[in-house]
Design a protein around this ligand. Structure first.
Ligand SMILES: [Zn+2]
Length: 206
């Protein structure tokens, strides 16, 4: 289900490119974006036509009513990725400022290099604008990445900051500093509490 909302929606672009031959594909001036949005309670309220094409191309239900009204997080199975996206959405709402993220979102035989803009509305709504920039063909790999190649993050269950070499920081700072790569790997989450939260309940890091 993650494939529905992690922005591989631009599979619709890849599918058309695939007919032009293998290898590198620069999207250049024909960038196309897929847009979907959630309300202040994280319910999906809108998906655009490109999303519907993606769903159809990937064997899913292209009818927006299959997803509209449902919680976005229900569609992101991997816990680490889900936590990360929740953190980013929370940060965007708090700062009322858009966040631009380079990320990878691959399908089994295509490596896609994309950007996502997470943009806030005035009532807590969030729009996700996902754009494919270029892609490579590759030997098929499992959708959703390989568990043994998973990245690991350490998250405070109290404040949801992440542990880094520079201490506990929120995901906004980490991502805008380019210190966290979002690719198609699963993410393992190690749960703990930072010293500022509840040092008695769980092992403390930092
Ligand atoms: Zn904390």
């Amino acid at each position: 289900m993650r494939q529905l909302f992690c922005a591989p929606q631009t599979c619709v672009i890849t599918n058309s490119c695939a007919k032009r031959g293998a290898g590198f594909r620069a999207e250049g001036f024909v960038k196309r974006s897929v847009i979907y949005s959630i309300d202040a309670k994280d319910r999906i309220v809108d998906v655009d036509k490109a999303w519907a094409r993606f769903a159809e191309d990937n064997g899913g239900n292209p009818d927006p009513s299959a997803v509209i009204g449902h919680c976005l997080w229900d569609f992101i199975v991997d816990e680490g990725n889900r936590n990360l996206y929740r953190c980013m959405v929370q940060a965007v709402r708090e700062r009322v400022s858009p966040l631009h993220i380079p990320f990878r979102c691959d399908s089994p035989a295509v490596e896609r290099h994309m950007t996502m803009t997470i943009a806030p509305g005035s009532l807590g709504e969030i729009a996700f604008i996902c754009t494919l920039h270029y892609s490579f063909d590759r030997a098929p790999r499992p959708t959703g990445g390989i568990r043994s190649e998973a990245a690991t993050i350490v998250e405070c269950d109290g404040c949801h900051r992440l542990w880094t070499k520079r201490g506990w920081r929120n995901c906004w700072d980490i991502i805008t500093a380019g210190e966290l790569t979002i690719d198609d790997r699963p993410i393992n989450v190690l749960h703990t509490r930072c010293a500022a939260c509840s040092p008695q309940r769980l092992p403390v890091v930092g």
